[in-house]
Every structure is written in C-alpha cells, then in structure tokens.
Design a protein around this ligand. Structure first.
Ligand code: SF4
Length: 418
C-alpha cells in the first residue's frame, strides 16, 4: 500500500539515541510501556494488518504472504491490544487501518476487527476512520461491514490501470476491479474514497501516466495519492534494477510526469495539498496531516510505529513475537529525537505541505538550531529559486517542488560547516 507509508519511519530520519533491538538485548522485552502513561495525548491510531496474498516487487512494508491459519490468532491478539490500550486513551480524531491488506481477512474476521476498533477505541463523533483496501479483496459484503462498523473513508491501491505496468510492479490485480471496488464502497454508503497511483514505473511513458490519471479521475474519488516509484533496499525490484532487468525512468521524464500529475489533477478540481497528495475541497486526509504535522499517535500491530512527544518507536516486525506476547507488543527502533532533529523534521514535514510554514514558526525553528545555520540554508535556497516567502509563509517554488528532497535534506541535516 502507499497511502499509509508515513507510518513507516520517515526515510530521512536520523536516529538519535537508538535503543538496541530486542533480539540483541537478551533481557526483558522492550515495549511501548514507557509511553503508555502519555497515551491520552494520542489523537490518532494506526493499526497494521500484515497479510497479503502476494508480495508486490516494490514493497518494503512488513507483509506476510500465506499464513491464513494465523489470521484468526492475529485478530484475537489485536483485539486484546485494542482493549488494553484503548481503555487508557481519551479521544481519537483519526484511525487508519493499513497493511498489508486488511481487506484480505475473511468477512467474519474483518467484522470482528472493525467491531473491536469501534468498541475499544474512544472515537470522536466526527472521527476519520480509514481502511486501506486492495481492489481484488473488496466485496459488497465487506463494504457493508465497513459501513455498519463506522468506516467512513476507503483508500484503494490502484497503482496503475495498465496491465503491463502492473506486471512490472508484480502487482496482482485486474485494473477492471478498481472500478468495481469503488462501486461496492460507494453504493454501500462511503463517499470519501481515495485512489493510490504510482508513476515512473519502468517502461512507463508520460502518455501512460495521463491515461492512468484519466481512469482514476473518471471514478470520481475525493482524494488521490500519486507517488513516484521508489527502489527500496532489499526489494525484488531493486535487485531487478541492479541486474539490468529493468531500467529506471529517466530523471527528466519523471519530472515531466510529476508536472503532468499536478496539471491533470488540478485541472480536474483536486487541490495539491502535499507534494504527492491531492484532494477535493474538505477531503484532505486528516490522518496523514497528523503525521505531517508531527502530532501524537499510537500504533497497534506488528511493525507499526507510534509517536508521542518527540519519541518514536516501532513494534517488532515479527508475527511470531507479536502472537507470543499478550500485553503490549515488543518494540524495536526506539528513537529519542534530539531537539535539532525535531527541528529538521518539522521542516521536512512542513515544507511537503503546500500551504507552507508560517513566518513565526520558521523563525522559532531557526532559533532552536545551533548557530542558526538553517537561516543560511533557507536564504541560499531562496536565492537559488527553490524557496520563497509568499503571504508570510515559507513555501517551495514550482522549481523547488521538483527538488524537494534535496532542499529538505539540507534543512534536515545538521551541517557544522554552515
Ligand atoms: S499489497 Fe503489495 S504493496 Fe501493499 S503491502 Fe501488500 S505487498 Fe506491499
């Protein structure tokens, strides 16, 4: 899946003081226990369902193929976790069930899981309750269960409508079923539907990106996430790239695709509110905005990451570890973020949002940086035409949007020589 990718630890993160993984600790398992007394600060929850029916070749998320015999045990275990943590929570404004493929669960388990979320978590009356779905696994019955259990937003992983391009990704679904899935969800009563697309797929042309956008827009989603394909470490796709079996789309062509995505979607009434995310008025994803604004959220399930007050942790990405524990799941990759890293990440998240960063916020972040080195970096990027002050907000220019990763990286990293 792609829309929930922010629940994976951000790729630019610099690990501050990192605690050894449980596998190296030998003693008691590390859990998110230290943050449990602050769980009432969480305004969102991410729930990871780690099962898929096939492994897509670009995917580096924690997902397990097969193991159907573990689905029930997993749901039982998850329900206990929801009950235990949920009792200590206050009010959640967003819940996101991602994966993996949550809709792969049988109808009965799917219903149990959603019922458990509704029963155990303190959902705000206007909660945004999203579930990620694979087009092949949405049925009319599952759509009806979603509605009866309060799901009000569905994010469908289309990625492309071109069978050859889906094959390049080793993505197993028939593009026809995207429309069918949208139809099931909409006729069950959920109008807030997001579609994920990937561009810059090997062999893809700009014309094919336009065709994918046209197909997606014709389904009238309220939201679209369009990410350029990335070649993640330890994925079959990266091996194929390294062995010459696929060729990366040329950089300039990828930049043209990025422009086409923005042009076509803004021409179709979608507002680009984040570099890769577009929404009709009032339909920006509240859950992802929570990540990008660095708010507090709790994580449920294996490999999910949570964040409370500048401390981030990731649950162990091993199903056996998860199933063999009964309280909080074991945790790995705890990060205690230094103030400088928190400032860098605020720029990383803030600049990805097209609304930009308020002058006072930027000033206070600069003051928190040792030697105020970030002021120099910002001024240089303004001179080079990558950043601009517009209506008292610091924003990426059109040119800056194409080099967002570079600009953000410069502001993220502490560079003593500045
Ligand atoms: S459906 Fe594909 S991309 Fe999504 S989690 Fe499963 S393997 Fe990864």
């Amino acid at each position: 899946m792609t829309e929930s990718s922010f629940n994976q630890l951000p790729q630019f993160t610099i690990i501050g003081t990192q605690i050894q993984p449980n596998s190296m600790r030998g003693g008691a398992l590390l859990t998110a226990g230290p943050w449990l007394n602050k769980v009432e600060k969480a305004i969102g929850a991410y729930i990871h369902v780690p099962f898929c029916f096939h492994k897509c070749h670009y995917c580096d998320f924690f997902s397990i193929v097969g193991k159907e015999d573990q689905h029930e045990l997993f749901v039982q275990r998850l329900l206990k976790e929801l009950e235990f943590v949920g009792a200590k929570m206050t009010e959640l404004r967003t819940v996101f069930i991602g994966g993996g493929t949550p809709t792969l669960l049988s109808l009965e388990l799917f219903d149990k899981l959603l019922y458990g979320v509704r029963k155990h978590l303190p959902l705000a009356h206007d909660v945004e309750f999203t579930i990620e779905a694979n087009p092949e696994t949405i049925t009319m019955e599952k759509a009806a269960v979603m509605v009866s259990q309060g799901v009000n937003r569905v994010s469908i992983g289309a990625q492309s409508f071109n069978t050859d391009l889906l094959k390049q990704l080793e993505r197993w679904h028939d593009p026809v079923n995207v429309g069918r899935a949208v139809e099931f969800v909409r006729s069950a009563g959920i109008d807030n539907i997001s579609i994920d697309l990937i561009y810059a797929i090997p062999t893809q042309t700009v014309e094919q990106v336009k065709e994918d956008l046209k197909e997606a827009v014709s389904l009238l989603p309220t939201h679209l996430s369009c990410y350029a394909l990335t070649y993640e470490p330890n994925t079959p796709l990266l091996h194929k790239l390294n062995s010459g079996r696929v060729t990366r789309v040329d950089h300039d062509v990828e930049a043209d695709m990025f422009d086409v995505v923005a042009e076509v979607l803004s021409g179709s009434g979608y507002k680009q509110y984040e570099i890769s995310n577009f929404a009709k008025d009032g339909f920006a994803c509240k859950h992802n905005l929570m990540y990008w604004k660095n708010k507090n959220w709790w994580s449920f399930g294996p490999a999910a990451s949570g964040h409370i007050d500048g401390q981030r942790w990731k649950n162990s990405p091993r199903l056996a570890d998860y199933l063999s524990t009964s309280g909080l799941p074991p945790v790995e990759d705890v990060e205690r973020l230094s103030q400088d890293i928190q400032v860098g990440e605020a720029f990383m998240m803030g600049l990805r949002l097209l609304e930009g960063m308020e002058f006072a916020w930027v000033e206070s972040l600069i003051e928190q940086s040792p030697n105020t080195w970030r002021r120099t970096v910002i001024e240089r990027n303004i001179e080079d035409g990558f950043l601009v002050w517009a209506n008292e907000k610091l924003v990426l220019t059109d040119k800056g949007l194409h080099f967002a990763d570079t600009v953000i990286c410069e502001l993220l990293m502490c560079n003593e020589s500045e």
